[in-house]
Design a protein around this ligand. Structure first.
Ligand code: CA
Length: 404
């Protein structure tokens, strides 16, 4: 859903940009500031927040909005992300490289773990998935990218804060505006921190007094570990692990948030792969089924939640945890992809599922093509009414059933 709050000025700028007609078909154009007017207002704000005239000049003079950034921001995925496709990023090449980098950095990684309690394979996993071990740091200049997103208005407050944090990075002298590069959304450095993430979590670990998450690996590893600790990482606990569910298990319990003790999960029919009992743990766990009832099941703990505070995505968190396990020497998942695992719903099809469910009294809210908690609950209730496994996971088969 596009939340278009743009202006004629903005539209004129975009219409003049090669190949971009981002707001075509969007009739609602709310009046807002032109980019230069917006930037002047930001300069005054930044000055009040302690940014010097010299830093403002270096960072903002001659700044223009970046059409590619708006293009990425407006891009709508065609398909719902699927677990098995997403997990292709956990592959033999990345596992090998993770192990190689872990050996090469063993000394500093041991020191980081001693201080923050985050194991080396977890750090290698984040590093591998965020930037392919420093190979892909991003090709956008962070300041113009963030300024474009702040001006564009959909998330102005967030990106205004990030732009101020980027100014503070420049003012500290650790990066110049020209070498502060990252993703189109402003994530930067070995672990793709937003500027405010840098300000709140980056630490110096190589002893030069400057937290440098770009070109110092000790600083980057320590900063990532510090961020995880600040996100609630618990020393010596797993993120989660794969489990199997005994026949007759109530899939409605696997909502990823109901947290009960391992003894209770065992009584409900949860076992380790192979059928053995769950390891005793003082903590309670939640159950997630990222590919529906036919896919793998995971019990997840507090450290899974710490990973999701880094990036609030179920698939991201499981891929981080699983890649870390593989780098540490564990085997692949015991669940395997079904033959039709590439069959994915498009966002258009999800809207169709939602429209059908709404029409027969299972409330999904306004059909938006997104599988949020409300849609999952409606799917689950419908599945129960049809005596289907109630995993809340819409599939092509479910859509076909609804059409009939
Ligand atoms: Ca340093």
């Amino acid at each position: 859903m596009l939340n278009v709050t743009t202006s004629v000025t903005r539209r004129g700028f975009l219409a003049g940009s090669a190949g971009l007609s981002l707001f075509a078909g969007s009739p609602l154009l709310a009046a807002t500031l032109s980019f230069p007017a917006w930037l002047s207002a930001f300069r005054r704000h930044a000055k009040e927040q302690g940014i010097t005239e010299a830093t403002l000049k270096r960072s903002l003079d001659g700044l223009q909005p970046v059409p590619d950034v708006l293009g990425f921001d407006r891009r709508q995925p065609e398909f719902v992300q699927s677990f098995w496709r997403y997990m292709r990023r956990v592959n033999d090449k990345r596992i090998d490289e993770g192990q190689r980098h872990q050996r090469a950095n063993e000394r500093v990684l041991t020191q980081v773990e001693a201080k923050w309690g985050v194991p080396a394979p977890i750090l290698m996993s984040f590093w591998g998935l965020e930037t392919n071990f420093g190979g892909i740091l991003g090709s956008f200049h962070v300041i113009p990218a963030i300024a474009t997103l702040a001006w564009e208005g959909r998330r102005e407050k967030l990106f205004r804060g990030e732009l101020l944090a980027a100014m503070q990075i420049v003012q500290s002298g650790v990066r110049t505006p020209m070498d502060l590069v990252g993703s189109w959304a402003g994530a930067t450095g070995q672990f793709q921190f937003l500027p405010s993430t840098y300000r709140n979590n980056a630490v110096d670990f190589d002893g030069d007094g400057i937290p440098d998450i770009w070109s110092s690996l000790p600083d980057a590893f320590a900063s990532a570990a510090n961020l995880l600790r600040n996100n609630g990482w618990r020393v010596g606990e797993p993120w989660g692990y794969e489990v199997v569910l005994l026949p007759g298990f109530d899939y409605g319990l696997a909502d990823g948030s109901s947290s009960v003790t391992l003894a209770a999960w065992e009584a409900l029919g949860v076992r380790r792969p192979g059928g053995s009992r769950l390891a005793p743990a003082r903590d309670s766990a939640a159950l997630v089924l990222p590919a529906g009832w036919r896919g793998p099941a995971f019990l997840v703990f507090q450290n899974y939640r710490a990973i999701r505070r880094w990036n609030n995505s179920e698939l991201y968190a499981i891929s981080i945890g699983h890649l870390a396990d593989r780098i540490a020497g564990s085997g692949p998942l015991t669940a395997s992809a079904p033959a039709d695992s590439d069959q994915r719903l498009t966002l258009v099809q999800v809207r169709e599922v939602q429209t059908h469910l709404n029409a027969i009294g299972f409330d999904c809210g306004a059909p938006d093509g997104k599988i949020g908690p409300k849609t999952k609950a409606a799917v689950r209730a419908y599945q129960k009414s049809q005596s289907l496994p109630a995993d809340g996971f819409p599939t092509v088969a479910l859509l076909v059933r609804l059409r009939n």
